[in-house]
Design a protein around this ligand. Structure first.
Ligand code: ZN
Ligand code: ZN
Length: 370
């Protein structure tokens, strides 16, 4: 895949502006993005003079199969001797950049000692900024991951939910993801029914799923290292009218934001599109997270789609749109699609149908105040 060489070229353009002569890449997804290496112990060193992927003997065969556009070097388990050689060979005496978000204080101290007198300079987001816009190969993998998740969810829903435990349903989804062609789930599947649905990141529990409520199911597949992410909220029976109303509002907010997703839109404004629908309906305090996030090699990556984001959408970004309404003691609703921003709008990659608005139960008279 010569796409990897092009990615490295873009990173070299970026490091030139940071005033460093070489970049030490340690964050695993960044290492994979730039070299193809998939393993637990790899460091890439990039400079205009060359590119090296340094790993240990456990990965000598797989690294040579995976890596493209970089020389594979096998070192001791701590890799530090080979890193020092690579920095000297490729960066000369100039300052070397490290990924500040991913280098521990211990490793920074080791690097400073081993590389002295070469200066070690913290850098931030150099590779993450490149990863934000996906190339054609990445989009193919993400689309496949989305389709796998669709198929897995539909298979598991066909067996019904009432009476099964959340944990069993989560496990069935994970198995179905693998059966449909995923390497695995892209994060731990969330299945949250009844009042547990009011927790956005609930851990599946061991009690049977009740009837007459909502079940939040959040899942994703990993294909060729790339993630998908989707949430469906499944109405069962006749949910409480407040939940039925929350579902209706959440769906309206989600549709409005999907409709508004296109290049040139500020991520913070997109959050506002969904949030204003939910606030106008009186549920503003119950939408406790941002609208969405970028998805790629990591399940959560740039751009953040939230009020505080300073990013603007451009074609090639892959983002989620996932408003949620969480009613303490009652339940929750979240509806999440994965979208590819295109030249003139966005394409929804999630294909599992979104259930229509449930009919709420008629309130049983006077007692329930909220
Ligand atoms: Zn999700
Ligand atoms: Zn998400």
């Amino acid at each position: 895949m010569s796409g990897l060489v092009a990615r490295g070229d873009r990173v070299l353009d970026a490091i030139a502006q940071e005033g460093v002569t070489a970049l030490l890449v340690t964050e695993p997804a960044n290492v994979r993005y730039l070299t193809g290496y998939v393993g637990s112990n790899g460091i890439a060193v990039l400079s205009p003079a060359g590119r090296r992927l340094i790993t240990d003997g456990r990965y000598s065969v797989s690294a040579r199969e995976q890596v493209d556009g970089a020389e594979v070097v096998i070192g001791e388990r701590d890799l530090m001797g080979e890193v020092a050689s690579a920095v000297h060979d490729l960066g000369g005496e100039g300052p070397v950049g490290v990924e500040a978000e991913h280098v521990t204080l211990a490793r920074a101290a080791t690097l400073e000692r081993r590389l002295a007198p070469i200066e070690v300079v913290p850098t931030s987001g150099i590779v993450a900024r490149q990863r934000i816009v996906k190339d054609a190969g990445e989009i193919v993998a993400i689309e496949r991951a989305a389709r796998v998740a669709d198929a897995a969810l539909m298979r598991v829903l066909a067996d019904g939910l009432v009476g099964r435990t959340e944990r069993r349903v989560a496990l069935a989804i994970e198995e179905a993801l693998v059966d449909e062609g995923a390497e695995g789930a892209s994060f731990e599947v969330i299945v949250a029914s009844g009042p547990r649905g009011a927790r956005p990141h609930a851990v599946p529990g061991n009690d049977p799923i009740p009837d007459d409520t909502l079940v939040v199911i959040d899942l994703g597949a990993r294909v060729d290292g790339y993630c998908s992410d989707m949430t469906r909220t499944i109405p069962l029976g006749v949910p409480d009218p407040a939940l039925a109303r929350a579902y209706e509002v959440c769906l309206e907010a989600q549709r409005a934001a999907v409709e508004a997703t296109r290049p040139g839109v500020r991520a913070s404004d997109l959050d506002g599109v969904a949030r204003s629908v939910i606030e106008d309906a009186g549920f503003g305090d119950a939408f406790v997270h941002g609208l969405g996030h970028g998805v790629g090699l990591d399940i959560h990556e740039r751009p953040g789609v939230r009020r505080t984001s300073d990013e603007t959408l451009v074609a090639g970004m892959v983002v989620t749109i996932e408003p949620g309404i969480y009613l303490e003691g009652l339940g929750g609703v979240r509806i999440e699609d994965l979208l590819l921003v295109t030249d003139d709008g966005a394409r929804v990659l999630s294909g599992a149908p979104i259930p229509s608005v449930p009919t709420g139960a008629v309130p049983a008279g006077g007692k329930e105040g909220e």
